[in-house]
Design a protein around this ligand. Structure first.
Ligand SMILES: [Zn+2]
Length: 282
């Protein structure tokens, strides 16, 4: 039984600041240790419940945050950028996936570091009219391969989003958001124990034969993907991509036939749009 862990940064226990989340800041070293500890807790739980293999994908920023020499040696680690399936590279053929250190979608709540892929340049992302975050985009990729999401760890706000989109998944709430850059935090030791317990419980449920819902954007055949930018300049740059439609001053749309193409379209539109140079006056 292979358990796949997609590990992000913003929902890691005690982390509340960009100074911690990004390289080049003195506090980044602390973040790397905390992220590694949260992931290790999830790995321990999975193996305790009978997993035979754990594959971890480091998905935050440079995708080289987890400390390989401190990671549980029973797990294997995907690290580095340019992975074709991005935050879900390698999920195929897994029995289930755990989302560790996840965060709420941009503007969906006041959750810690709420954002959708590209930080402050994206106003909203919608699929078939419904606002989605990394939680749903990545759950749909897992779903494309028939893999359920069985655990989400992060703040209370991403847990609320998970309760709506992935009602079968367990959640481990390691901090309670006060605002985008502040939270009431569990002690690291308590957070790790909680993640381990929930991971073990979720994998045990899976092993006991419980079926978990597979996320598929509501089952629609055609996925109308919209990226709404902050600036019209970004939408203009993104609409250079063949197959897109500029459906609003700040919004670019692409009709995708499955969840993999949806992710690729959403990411391509974002990356292209965010190349636009824009000057802010006023
Ligand atoms: Zn993220």
């Amino acid at each position: 039984m292979r358990i796949y862990i997609s590990a992000d940064g913003e929902g890691v226990s005690t982390i509340v600041s960009g100074q911690e989340l990004y390289p080049g800041n003195p506090e980044y070293g602390y973040f790397r240790e905390r992220m590694t500890a949260d992931v290790n807790a999830a790995i321990r739980g999975a193996f305790a419940a009978g997993a035979t293999e754990v594959l971890v994908n480091d998905t935050h920023w440079s995708e080289r945050n987890l400390l390989p020499n401190q990671l549980d040696p029973r797990a294997q680690l995907l690290r580095g950028s340019g992975k074709p399936l991005s935050m879900m590279e390698g999920v195929k053929d897994s029995s289930a996936t755990l989302f560790v250190g996840y965060h709420g979608r941009v503007g969906g709540s006041r959750g810690v570091a709420n954002e959708t892929v590209m930080g402050k340049q994206i106003y909203d992302v919608r699929v078939n009219g419904l606002s989605v975050g990394e939680l749903e985009i990545n759950a749909a990729i897992a779903g494309h391969f028939g893999v359920p999401v069985i655990l989400v760890t992060g703040d209370d706000q991403v847990a609320m989003e998970a309760a709506k989109s992935l009602p079968d998944a367990q959640t481990a709430v390691v901090k309670f958001a006060i605002e985008r850059w502040s939270a009431r935090c569990l002690s690291p030791a308590v957070a790790e124990a909680l993640i381990q317990t929930k991971s073990q419980a979720a994998v045990e449920e899976l092993r006991s034969g419980r079926t978990f819902a597979i996320y598929r954007y509501g089952g629609a055949k055609s996925l109308q993907c919209e990226v709404e930018f902050i600036s019209t300049a970004q939408a203009g740059a993104a609409s250079l991509m063949p197959g897109t439609h500029r459906i609003g001053t700040r919004t670019v749309m692409y009709d995708a036939s499955d969840a993999l193409i949806a992710m690729r379209a959403i990411f391509s539109i974002m990356f292209l749009g965010c190349q636009a140079t824009d000057e802010i006056y006023g």
